[in-house]
Design a protein. Structure first.
Length: 85
């Protein structure tokens, strides 16, 4: 249990950040699953249309340090190659 006001504030901040990070990560994962499902079904044109939204979600997650920059680049590259093939 936090005692000092600073410790209480720190807990409030961390809860708020956790909520925001979870939202970003969930959005990224949801779009990734959609694109993969479309590619598996053979609907690559629809997957290509979703790709900019996925890249945007990945970039936002990287910008806010939810994932690392190199991880973001790797995910974007992997999904782009998946849709291209």
């Amino acid at each position: 249990m936090p005692i000092t006001p600073a410790a209480k504030k720190s807990i409030r901040q961390s809860k708020k950040r956790e909520k925001r990070n979870k939202k970003r990560k969930d959005e990224m994962k949801k779009l990734t699953k959609k694109v993969r499902a479309l590619v598996d079904e053979g609907k690559k044109e629809e997957a290509k249309e979703l790709l900019p939204d996925l890249h945007k979600a990945i970039d936002k997650a990287a910008k806010n340090n939810v994932i690392k920059e190199n991880a973001a680049a790797r995910k974007k590259s992997k999904m782009a190659n998946l849709v291209q093939d």
